[in-house]
Design a protein around this ligand. Structure first.
Ligand SMILES: Cc1ncc(COP(=O)(O)O)c(C=O)c1O
Length: 463
């Protein structure tokens, strides 16, 4: 074996290691290395060639407080100097304090946390808690969802082409429609529809065995990577009533929508509905360290005083991650970032709606807080999607990727590589009005790529 300290760190060699030795997520393995990032500050980051970029995505909606906040870096270093981690059978101060902090900021009596390393594991934990608490195997999930990359969470990611490659398992899943008014699966219009999509769930629960067989329903309160879908106001209160009628658990996946992203601590706060289990990650530690949590209501947590809790992990409640998250959560409050997200979110939505007027490729604009999506179409009237769903997993022309490439050329990133037809805009919660203007202006230029595809779509097809 070569001397490990002697491994070359030259630029071209690092590029080669990327190509030869890494599994790159959700993609065909590339034949050239992606851009290498060397530093970041606030809303900006820099590549190794010294070029600066605007981050309009918060790195997959995780870096909510901006990059490299010195207060958080200091808390992280202080904890590292004292105790990085210890066996989870023991307590650490940061773990206890984070659990109390989460009980404080989550709605209602959500109060007992299982701490994980990310969102996927938080959802796996939630599903296991649901199975163990109810003793039932079936979990309802909504089409066009993403809940994570491992067995149960990927199975529950119904209608996301990323789950097509996987043998389903981990739970018995039953898909139901999303309240996606722009493309209603029932062909209805809101509000005349009388919320057919949520009433349909009631019927599905009965057909699937009701209280004897169905344990829960998992959902993203505001759908993230599959299309920025915001439900009508009555949706969640109605769903809560249906779940109570059957005694099934509501599992709110707030991995993307939590921690101020929508202008409230959690998106469910918009509708005053308390889910039975809430999962979170990303904004909990704002990307500084890997962390997630599944937080259960008190009576669910208390059940496991008498019933064996059959779940665990070596790094559950890792001290370094907990200490960092505590400081991140304090920063949201200290800097009034949730309030800023609400205020700046309204401005961002207004500016994004202006783009819709200008660009033939934008069929719909929607969002909540600093979580705004532009839905791309070939034709505004027919609403024909610009990109087929399978474009995510099959190689070929995907106009959204052309937009993403152009954005980088112009010095910005947004969320354009997700499976839906939607480009998501999600800057960190520290964003100011002039930075929104800057990002919208770059997006305006980049959207010309997708507009061109609208004009030439017919011709390309005929080729
Ligand atoms: C709503 C939602 N749930 C779960 C996950 C999975 O989280 P992670 O990538 O941290 O495992 C994601 C990731 O994007 C997500 O958006």
């Amino acid at each position: 074996m070569m001397n490990l300290k002697g491994i070359s760190t030259k630029k071209e060699d690092l590029d080669r290691y990327e190509v030869d030795h890494i599994f790159h997520s959700w993609s065909f393995q590339p034949d050239s290395a992606p851009k290498r990032i060397v530093s970041a500050k606030g809303l900006r980051f820099m590549d190794e060639d010294g070029r600066e970029f605007l981050d309009f995505s918060s790195c997959f909606v995780s870096h909510n407080i901006g990059h490299q906040d010195p207060r958080v870096v200091e808390a992280l270093c202080e904890q590292a100097k004292t105790l990085c981690s210890f066996a989870p059978t023991f307590s650490t101060g940061p773990r206890a304090l984070l659990a109390k902090t989460l009980a404080e900021i989550t709605p209602g009596d959500l109060s007992r946390s299982f701490l994980t390393l990310g969102g996927t594991e938080a959802n796996e934990a939630a599903v296991k808690i649901c199975h163990q608490y109810t003793g039932r195997r079936k979990i309802l999930t909504r089409y066009r969802s993403y809940h994570g990359a491992t067995t149960a969470s990927m199975t529950l990611s119904a209608g996301d082409p990323r789950n097509w490659a996987q043998t389903l398992g981990g739970t018995d899943w039953v898909p139901v429609p999303l309240p996606y008014c722009y493309r209603c699966m029932f062909g209805q219009k809101y509000p005349e529809c009388d919320l057919r999509c949520v009433k349909f769930i009631d019927e599905v629960i009965e057909l699937e065995g009701g209280s004897e067989k169905v344990g829960g329903i998992i959902f993203e309160p505001v759908t993230g990577s599959n299309g920025l879908v915001v439900p009508p106001d009555e949706y969640f209160p109605t769903l809560r009533r249906i779940c109570d009628k059957w005694g099934i658990l509501m599992i709110a996946d707030e991995v993307m929508s939590g921690f101020g992203r929508t202008g409230r601590w959690f998106a469910m706060d918009h509708w005053d509905v308390v889910p039975d289990i809430m999962t979170m990650a990303k904004g909990i530690s704002a990307g500084y360290v890997p962390l997630g949590a599944a937080v259960a209501r008190q009576h669910i947590g208390d059940r496991f005083k008498e019933q064996f809790f059959s779940h665990g992990a070596t790094y559950a409640g890792h001290a370094l991650a907990c200490a960092t998250a505590i400081r991140v959560i304090q920063v949201y409050q200290e800097d009034s970032l949730i309030e800023n997200a609400e205020k700046m979110g309204k401005y961002l939505l207004q500016r994004a709606l202006e783009l819709k007027e200008k660009h033939p490729c934008i069929g719909d604009v929607r969002g909540l807080g600093l979580f705004v999506g532009l839905e791309l179409v070939k034709n505004k009237k027919t609403r024909e999607p610009l990109i087929p769903l399978k474009a995510k997993v099959l190689p070929g022309t995907n106009p959204k990727l052309a937009v993403a490439k152009k954005l980088v050329e112009l010095g910005m990133i947004a969320m354009a590589a997700n499976p839906s037809n939607v480009i998501a805009i999600a800057p960190a919660l520290i964003v100011k009005q002039d930075e929104i203007d800057e990002g919208i202006s770059i997006m305006d230029q980049a959207l010309a790529e997708a507009d061109a595809f609208v004009e030439y779509a017919g011709r390309r097809k005929d080729k």
